[in-house]
Structures are given as structure tokens and as C-alpha cells.
Design a protein around this ligand. Structure first.
Ligand code: PAF
Length: 283
């Protein structure tokens, strides 16, 4: 695997790929990789001549109260894992490579960024769409792979690519789960062994929601209330929200329609750790 430590190194590598007419797949990450990330890299490998992964802990998507410095990092382990899945190149830009002195341009996907995750983290998505568009411009991939785990983020990137006529396919890859159903996430590291077990309630609650919909329940707020109550009764769980959104436009729905697909979104705290998860339901 080639390690690209600067924008200049990336630029030279990308130009060499261009000359070969290579198809480039890109997976943006903030490092501290787990099986969920590796599943995205495998998809990139399957569909590209060259799979590039970036590791950049992006300051603009952290609020002042969220500790950027404490974000978990283990670059040696990340490199080993990426080599095991035959990643072609790892791009690790400096802060200056992404946000040079005098930087003042931000990308804001207005509507999608307002709700759900955007409510508790108001500046988060602006940081995500900005850094991803900078990385897209630097890497110039043919396609990029995002995880369904961060459903709102994936939808936001799809919207950005469409609105800004970026000629990049966005592939959304399925969630990878632990044996107990807990969605893989870098944040799981913060959970105690007990919290990790308790947190399996999130997936069980999502499955219960899917079951209610399958049985014909169609009042979304009512279903969400049942699911919130279910979660509240579970040990250690402090649910923040459960919402049902339309899979296409990511907006909240009242009455569920037959033939439409929905996503049940959940955010829940266990101790100091805030987790999100979701489940796509075909109605
Ligand atoms: O999902 C993440 O890890 C980040 O939000 C991303 C897409 C790498 C942008 O910093």
C-alpha cells in the first residue's frame, strides 16, 4: 500500500493513475478502523482499479464541546488492517492540506443537515459536507463508498453530489454488526463491557419496529413512541430519538404507505457514549 502523506504526494499518485486510465474508488474515514470500514474498502476494491482510503480527523465536524483531541487514533493498526484488505493507497493529509491558511469556503446541504443528528450537532454536517467535497476535489474518485450506519450522512453526500453536479457515484454499503447486533462504530470503544451488551437493545428495538410495520401498523409517531418506551425500559439506555423517515427524501412521515421504503433511525446514550443506528424497512 502506498502511503500519501501530503496533498502533493496524492496529486502525483492521482496523475499516475490518470495516465493509466484507472478507475478510482474512495473511502473517506477518520481512522481507528473497524470491520465496518474494511467492508467499505472491500467494496471499493471490487469496483475499482485503485482503492484510496483517507484518514483525516476533521476538526470542522466537531463542536467546541466535542473533544477532537480525544478522538481515538491508532495509525499503525489502521495501516495493518488496510494492508490486509489490499487497499492501494492511504491518504493522510495535514490540516494545512485540507484547510490552508485563509480558508473560508463551506458547503452546506441545507435541509437534510437540519434534523435528527443535525439537531443535537448543529455544525456537524457542514463540516462533513465541506471536508468530503475537498477530498473529492483532491482525489477525483469515480465513486466513493459510505456506510449505511451513518444514514443521514450518506444521504447528505448523495444530495451534495447531485446538487453540485459532482460526477461521482455514491455507494452506500450495509451496516456491519457485532454478534449481539450492535452496529460497529469507532465510538463502541468508549463503552464498558456491560454497556456494550446493554447497547444491543438498539438493534432489537429497530427489529421490533420493522415487525410492527410488517404487521400493518402505519402510524409512524405511534410506532416510534412504542419503540422509545421499549428502549427506556432497558438497562442503561437513555434514548434520544427514534424516527421513521422516508428512504428517498429522508423526511419524517406520519402515515406509512404500502410500497414505500422507510428507515427507522435511533440515537441512544449509554453512559457517556452516544450511539446511532438504523434499519431500512421495505413496506
Ligand atoms: O464518517 C466519517 O468518518 C466522517 O464523517 C467522514 C465521512 C470521513 C468525513 O470526515
Amino acid at each position: 500500500m502506498i502511503i500519501l502523506n501530503s496533498k502533493k504526494a496524492l496529486c502525483d499518485y492521482r496523475n499516475s493513475l490518470e495516465k493509466k486510465g484507472a478507475r478510482v474508488g474512495f473511502v473517506p474515514t477518520m481512522g481507528f478502523l473497524h470491520e465496518g470500514h474494511l467492508s467499505l474498502v472491500r467494496i471499493a476494491k471490487e469496483n475499482a482499479d485503485a482503492a484510496i482510503v483517507s484518514i483525516f480527523v476533521n476538526p470542522t465536524q466537531f463542536a467546541p464541546n466535542e473533544d477532537l483531541e480525544k478522538y481515538p487514533r491508532d495509525i499503525h493498526r489502521d495501516i495493518t488492517l488496510l494492508e490486509e484488505v489490499y487497499c492501494d493507497a492511504l491518504y493522510m493529509p495535514s490540516n494545512e492540506d485540507i484547510y490552508p491558511a485563509g480558508f473560508q469556503t463551506y458547503v452546506d446541504v441545507n435541509e437534510i443537515s437540519k434534523y435528527f443528528e443535525g439537531e443535537s450537532r448543529p455544525t456537524h454536517f457542514r463540516g462533513v459536507s465541506t471536508v468530503v467535497s475537498i477530498l473529492f476535489n483532491q482525489i477525483r474518485p469515480h465513486f466513493s463508498v459510505f456506510g449505511q450506519k451513518d444514514a443521514q450522512q450518506a444521504r447528505l453526500i448523495q444530495q451534495m453530489v447531485k446538487d453540485l453536479s459532482m460526477n461521482i457515484d455514491v455507494i452506500v454499503a450495509p451496516i456491519v454488526r457485532e454478534k449481539n447486533g450492535l452496529a460497529m462504530s469507532s465510538r463502541n470503544k468508549y463503552l464498558t463491557i456491560k454497556e456494550r451488551e446493554d447497547a444491543s437493545i438498539i438493534y432489537r428495538t429497530l427489529l421490533e419496529g420493522a415487525e410492527l410495520i410488517k404487521q400493518g401498523w402505519d402510524n409512524a409517531p405511534e410506532i416510534c413512541q412504542i419503540l422509545i418506551n421499549h428502549m427506556k425500559g432497558a438497562e442503561g439506555a437513555k434514548p434520544e430519538y427514534i424516527k421513521i423517515v422516508d428512504q428517498v427524501n429522508f423526511s419524517e412521515t406520519g402515515k406509512l404507505q404500502k410500497g414505500s421504503n422507510y428507515i427507522i433511525l435511533a440515537a441512544c446514550r449509554f453512559g457517556f457514549t452516544r450511539l446511532i443506528d438504523n434499519l431500512i424497512v421495505e413496506n
